[in-house]
Design a protein around this ligand. Structure first.
Ligand code: Z5A
Length: 217
């Protein structure tokens, strides 16, 4: 049975502005009277948050293999889908998720060079067919994203210690994916100020959800 809710994911390289725009969009949707569930990956549920800590900060993660990393990211996703996302969509909520399967396709598949078929197959197993209706890819120069991210407080995590080429591969990987999956993924220029990016997001959603979201956009 088709769910009543709406699932939107946000993707992009580090510091591209996903969290900022999710917060704005959530406020807008809540003001229109809808239940909104905001989530992040990895994380979003108790098991996922433990896995997040393992992936980002736990010293046990030092020297983690690319294969173990892949399986931990999808383990977090498998739990989030079943524990939080599906029930929320069944209630009719709008789910805004900071990263989802495309992060694995790009970070593990492209930047870590794990075989695309392997990544696609574990992604399919984890999501069990629960996919975003629309994915907003916030595209930003990799170095600018790193500058923005560095301006925030907080400890550096394991993933943030990669070389610049890694983040450039991520950006290219996302743009290639957006071409391959253009019916789902909308590319948003994230280089403007917060209001300009927000306006581009609203325009992309209006275009892609035409006729499906009465009173929402
Ligand atoms: N990862 C993976 O490898 N495989 C997977 O399957 C998944 C994830 C799911 C998660 O990191 C890491 O895991 C991530 C990918 C990997 N690694 N990297 N690198 P995370 O969850 O800790 O963080 P993130 O997802 O990379 O995002 P972020 O760093 O938190 O950034 P953001 O949410 O996109 O941006 P922001 O916090 O909204 O904005 C960053 C700063 O810029 C902040 O100070 C804002 O006020 C400012 N900002 C926002 N918008 C603008 C504009 N338009 N102009 C100027 N300044 C702005």
């Amino acid at each position: 049975m088709a769910s009543k809710g709406l699932f939107i994911s946000f993707e992009g390289s580090e510091g591209c502005g996903k969290s900022t725009q999710i917060e704005r969009l959530a406020t807008r949707f809540r003001d229109s009277g809808r239940e909104v569930v905001t989530l992040r990956e990895p994380g979003g549920c108790p098991l996922g948050e433990k896995i997040r800590d393992l992936l980002k900060f736990d010293p046990a993660g030092d020297g983690m293999s690319a294969e173990a990393e892949l399986l931990l990211f999808v383990a977090s996703r498998a739990q989030l889908v079943r524990e939080v996302i599906r029930p929320a969509l069944d209630r009719g909520a709008i789910v805004l998720c900071d990263r989802f399967l495309d992060s694995t396709t790009v970070y593990q598949g492209v930047a870590r060079a794990i075989a695309p078929d392997t990544v696609a197959s574990v992604n399919a197993f984890a999501t069990g067919g629960t996919l975003p209706k629309v994915t907003l890819l916030l595209d930003l120069d990799a170095a600018e994203g790193r500058r923005r991210a560095a301006s925030r407080k907080g400890p550096t995590d394991r993933m943030e210690q990669e070389q610049e080429e890694f983040y450039e591969a991520v950006r290219r990987g996302y743009l290639d994916l957006a071409v391959a999956e253009s019916s789902r993924i909308a590319v948003i220029d994230a280089s403007g100020d917060i209001d300009a990016v927000g306006a581009s997001i609203m325009a992309a959603l209006s275009e892609r959800l035409k006729g499906e979201c009465h009173g929402l956009l």
